[in-house]
Write a protein that binds this ligand. Sequence first.
Ligand code: GLY
Length: 322
Amino acid sequence: MLVHKSVNDKNVNKMNVVMVHGGVETSCAPHYIKALRESALAGYNALGRGLVDAAEEAVMILEDCPLFNAGYGSVLNMDGEVEMDASVMDGGTGKFGAVAAIGCVAHPVSVARKVLEDTPHVLLAGAGATKFARSKGFPQINCVAPGMLEAWQRATDKMSRGILPNASLFTGLPEENGIAACDTVGCVVAHNGQTAAASSTGGSFLKLPGRVGDTPLIGGGIFASGRCAVVCTGLGEAFMETLTAAYVDSLLARGIHPQEAAEKAIERLNEKRGAPGGILVADSQNRYGAAHNTRSFPVAVVLGGSLAEDFSPRKIAVSDRR
Ligand code: GLY
């Protein structure tokens, strides 16, 4: 069944929503789109277990895929190591769980889920987060994908010769067809008047060891409430300083439609920071929206189990104002 844009009209959509992105600057090549669709459909298929399960499942698929900057496929930091951030939030309960700068696990999003469910805390970081993952039975794995190691070697070789690496901020990869994939992955889910969100990232290429971005910071790069679920991708520092995910929720509290809220939040990010970004929003009435200010931001949407073939996020022009 082909689902048309009209289902996103105010108060019309009765179907549940699973919406997935692979990060700003993600290529629209068929293999990227296929992976995003598989992730969104996997999320939908997990919905019977719960909304957080659906969001987690969708993100796990992308963490396993070396095309994306999360899990296996994460960028390397300045020391040539992978340090990942991830989080989950249950809009129904307001419960949040996150890990920051975690190493050597396949699914940081699932460790974040364990933080939510099995600890009195909301965020574990660094060696403590990795140790917690082991205590919960997550095996030690090598997250360094060969392509990411080569990107790091090329860039650090150039830097040692005093040349600035001409590579993607997010992955260190040279551009292919004008696109240099990609940033954080994320998923929002709306079903039966409830919402959930999950997000995961390797962060930014050549970051300082210990650097944490917006992905595990509630209200910065992720939020979920009784109203809506929000995930963000782009320059983490800008999302943290502007509390963009919480801002989107505040717009919905004023009665603004998720599509308009995503656009307003990107316009605000342009004005305040001039930073690259993309946002997904789904609300408790199963309405949804997405916007970005980058060259490419493919999104997969599953409505009531069927792919919404003709949805594309709105691109907002980058303002000259900073
Ligand atoms: N948006 C991911 C990061 O900056 O870490």
